[in-house]
Design a protein around this ligand. Structure first.
Ligand SMILES: [Zn+2]
Length: 396
């Protein structure tokens, strides 16, 4: 998320525009370090669950709502009786308690907003998978990460980690340990362009652009789905509690992780192309949560639209581009001339009686979206050259 330090409109003058970027790298811990990681996770999870318990009891018995501070000041006393807590870098257990605090904050926010508010839950081993050095106690030199009270670990530095590293999180995933850094970097505005684009979320495609370019769902999505289904069936066939089932579950987790990585990679590439080639990027402000529970569920969740939009948003901010979310209502029921053009979901072609425009439904929707964002006038929209942004993408 961007952290604007100074408010100013001209990005060329405003050099102090800082961003928090996340970097994730695979770790190559020694056996000893991996063991310490596991122990640290266990202790943090225990603290998290204990913190949760204390808050629940305090609320149930005394109607007192505890805060982070009242829990964190108990840590020194805990350390005198628990060697394993004392063995941690001081900010690591604090961070576990801060997570309790955040869970309750989110809970109360949901209650206030009258949403379904699930009470914060205890975390099992599989649901507590990371611990964090929130400010200090870690150092990255080259590909060597040194963690206070743990030791050194090599990481696979797949890209340079730029900026001022603020937090360091160690995370356990299906195929091993990872580190996630958040770093403050300065925005790098790109040269201004005149090109603008509206994007329509796809049902049959991944997305359609106002230029007419259709971005297909990459082929590997379907292939991955078959692999996923296979792995899921395998889990279902195995007996509960058995060794074979445990192995099948591990395999399923690895497949899931692989699919996620492929999708993220695809989203990164497409969002990069869109941001590099357009000054204004307009999308529908879809309530993804609401939409995902309806008919479009599979299509929307599969395409991971929400994540994709976030990627465009931060890349656009970084590059000094304009990212606009417009009212999503009726984008497929309107013509760019303004006439009302009702369609059912299965009607894939747009034909306007008022102006005579005949075009694919998604293409027109993308143009309406761009129009609503204050983009190009009608004539430019309709006859715009459909230079393909997508042809540069290796996937399509
Ligand atoms: Zn029309």
């Amino acid at each position: 998320m961007p952290l604007p330090l100074a408010s100013c409109n001209d990005v060329n003058v405003c050099v102090k525009h800082l961003f928090v970027k996340a970097y994730k790298f695979k770790l190559r811990p020694s056996k000893r370090v991996a063991h310490v990681f596991e122990q640290t996770l266990d202790v943090c999870r225990e603290l998290y669950n204990a913190g949760l318990q204390e808050r629940r009891d305090s609320w149930k018995l005394n109607k007192v709502s505890l805060n982070f501070h009242s829990q964190a000041i108990q840590l020194p006393a805990i350390k005198t009786v628990r060697e394993d807590v004392d063995a941690l870098y001081s900010q690591v257990p604090q961070d576990a308690l801060r997570r309790v605090h955040k869970a309750f904050d989110a809970f109360f926010r949901r209650v206030k907003a009258r949403q379904t508010a699930g009470f914060p839950r205890f975390k099992s081993k599989s649901r507590y998978d990371s611990f964090c050095y929130p400010q200090s106690g870690f150092k990255l030199i080259g590909d060597k990460l040194t963690l206070s009270k743990i030791g050194s670990v090599r990481l696979r530095l797949s890209r340079p980690c730029e900026g001022n590293i603020k937090t360091c999180t160690i995370k356990h995933e299906a195929d091993g340990w990872y580190v996630v850094f958040t770093a403050e970097t300065e925005a790098k505005p790109l040269p201004k362009l005149s090109a603008q684009v509206g994007i329509d979320v796809g049902l049959t495609n991944f997305a359609t652009l106002s230029s007419g370019t259709e971005i297909d769902n990459p082929r590997f999505f379907r292939a991955a789905q078959a692999t996923l289904a296979g792995a899921q069936r395998k889990v279902a066939r195995r007996k509960k509690g058995g060794n074979q089932r445990r192995k099948a579950v591990q395999l399923l987790a690895r497949v899931h992780q692989h699919v996620r990585a492929q999708r993220t990679d695809f989203h990164h590439k497409i969002s990069r192309l869109l941001v590099n080639n357009h000054q204004l990027i307009a999308v529908e402000d879809l309530n993804v949560k609401g939409l995902a529970s309806g008919v479009l569920a599979k299509a929307v969740t599969d395409a991971g639209w929400g994540y994709f939009l976030n990627m465009i948003a931060y890349k656009a901010e970084d590059a000094g581009r304009q990212f606009v979310k417009v009212d999503a209502r009726g984008t497929s029921q309107t013509c760019i001339c303004g006439a009302h053009t009702p369609k059912t979901l299965s009607q894939r072609w747009h034909k306007c009686d008022a102006c005579g425009l005949s075009n694919s439904r998604d293409h027109v929707s993308a143009q309406v979206i761009l129009q609503r964002a204050g983009g190009l006038p009608v004539e430019t929209l309709t006859y715009r050259n459909t230079e393909s942004v997508v042809s540069e993408s290796p996937y399509l």
